[in-house]
Design a protein around this ligand. Structure first.
Ligand SMILES: C[S@@+](CC[C@H](N)C(=O)[O-])C[C@H]1O[C@@H](n2cnc3c(N)ncnc32)[C@H](O)[C@@H]1O
Length: 207
């Protein structure tokens, strides 16, 4: 079934706010993660690859996974245009079998977790997909009462309380979980008032 993201894919990169958010998150990930050219990275919820393509020069390979064929098709066109040969788009959602995927050194996700219905199950799947000692870095909204998306788009979670999300990932087997602010932005809510939203970067390690 086509998703909201399929409909938005063709014009996604034209929104300067989306590009700025992705650039800030990619910068925060590159600073926070020990990346090198021997590493394999899964960028989950990669979308049009704004973050995947920024991370690609810092690692050996990027598997850019997304459930939206529309978003992946924009990413495929960008790979063809830029020659980013180490980025591999894959249609996959975390609630599907992992058999076709290898084990990764790093798993990242930018603004995707609030769209994932069962985050505890996703955290367990990410743990299973990581090599021992592998790292995660997920950027998402601090708890916002659902005002970031408002009526414009459905999200499963109204941002996250950091302590609760940390507990979920610890329960899945991650250690050294830490948070930093990756970005803040002002956006008009449904009421017409402008509000500041903060985006955290959560990092952690598979013991
Ligand atoms: C807000 S966009 C972020 C895209 C990209 N990470 C970025 O920062 O520009 C969220 C992306 O997650 C994808 N997504 C949402 N739920 C998903 C799921 N359960 N499995 C895989 N991808 C999902 C959407 O199709 C969309 O491309």
């Amino acid at each position: 079934m086509p998703s909201d993201f399929d409909a938005k894919a063709a014009t996604w990169d034209e929104d300067p706010r989306k590009a700025a958010v992705a650039a800030a998150i990619a910068t925060a990930m590159i600073r926070a993660l020990p990346l090198d050219r021997s590493m394999s990275l899964l960028d989950y919820g990669a979308g049009t690859g704004l973050v995947s393509l920024a991370l690609a020069p810092h690692v050996g390979s990027v598997t850019a996974a997304d459930e939206s064929e529309g978003m992946l098709s924009v990413l495929r066109a960008k790979i063809a245009a830029t020659g980013a040969a180490n980025v591999r788009p894959v249609r996959w959602s975390v609630d599907q079998p992992t058999d076709a995927l290898p084990a990764f050194d790093v798993i990242t996700g930018s603004m995707v977790l609030h769209h994932v219905a069962d985050v505890p199950a996703a955290a367990k799947a990410f743990h299973a997909l990581l090599k021992p000692g592998g790292r995660i870095a997920f950027a998402d909204l601090d708890s916002d009462g659902g005002e970031f998306h408002g009526s414009a788009m459905h999200a499963h979670h109204p941002g996250f309380e950091r302590a609760a999300l940390k507990a979920v990932f610890e329960q899945a087997g991650f250690t050294s979980i830490a948070f930093q602010e990756a970005h803040r932005l002002a956006k008009k809510t449904d009421s017409g008032a402008e509000r500041t939203f903060t985006i955290f970067l959560m990092t952690g390690e598979r013991a």
